[in-house]
Design a protein around this ligand. Sequence first.
Ligand code: AMP
Length: 399
Amino acid sequence: MALQSIEQIPLRGKRVFIRVDFNVPMDERGTIIDTTRIENAARTIKYAVEHGGRVILASHLGRPRGEADPKYSLSPVARQLPGIIGIPVGMAEDCIGQRVAKKIDEMKEGDVLLLENLRFHPGEEANDASFSRELASMADVYINDAFGTAHRAHASTEGITQYVDVVGAGFLMNKEINSLERGTANPERPFVMILGGAKISDKIGIIGHVLNKVTTLLIGGGMAYTFLKAEGVEVGKSLVERDHVDQAQWIASEVNREGVKFLLPIDHIVGDRFDPNAVKKVVSNGGIPPEWVGMDIGPATVRIFSEEIGEAKTVVWNGPMGVFEMEAFAQGTIAIAKAVAQSKAFSIVGGGDTVAAIKMAGVTDKISHISTGGGAALEFLEGKSLPGIEALREKGEDR
Ligand code: AMP
């Protein structure tokens, strides 16, 4: 469906309202600890500046619960933005209202103004029509570049698009959509999907959606133990979602029916307790002692999974293979990160933990697409429509 990119839209002299994701981690002095999200938005902001837009940036930060709270002010971001993206930025005291409108009236081509936290108003998360209209009154062109919040129907991601004539996607948003579509709509095969993390319940939606597309499904992490339990394997004190054992059984039979290669771990690194300093050993399936916990995939599993990844043309990975936050149990996840990095496949990695693991393994630049949106990427991979993206498409249809 038609979706306009910022490059197709004339910007000169226009009030270009860009929804960015500046929800960045800061220390208690307001220094931004991780600037990745700001760097990700830089290309769109610079493009709008270079093309003569009067650039208005809007974002949320944290969860201020619908009222102004200095703790969640975006002013520290405005102060540090020039140092990060090399462009001077003004700061508005609010995101709506007459004083902000006056500031915008005074802006010249190429000026940039950051609005105060959108979530200082309850209308943002409520997707309130009058708040959406107020935001829209400040925009000639609306650009959404905040993929991380695209799965939320909020005023600044969805409501506003109903009241601005020209809407489009920024570079980051476009890259996310194109890459995730390449990995899901018509993926080149063999298509290997790797799922891990704590809970099977979070990933069931994805499995159901990709069953008729994937060649191979590799399951690691805590969620593997519910599947193993469903197969009758003794898993000791490992994480098992008892309410989902039946579902795991059903998935295993569906996977068989579709002819998907479905691989669970065949060995494990187990700990005598869930603790970074636990005594650990490697055991095969069937060998987890009653009081021990499965903490990571074992070396034989790493070998088998890596071979599958090596043959893939498309790889999608979400969820760590073990309790990678504990150094003693990070090996499996890091080995899989390296296998994905070495493969020639088009690779997509999503989810905060998995992206952190990729960084830990030092292979960030060897992944084709690292998704910036955890929840949004998951929903996209599940085949759900994301309100922030649909709103841009619908507008494209109207044209
Ligand atoms: P998720 O948010 O579902 O992707 O889960 C990520 C979390 O899963 C991480 O914090 C990991 O520590 C955890 N995890 C991975 N493997 C295991 C395991 N074998 N047992 C318990 N937790 C695990």
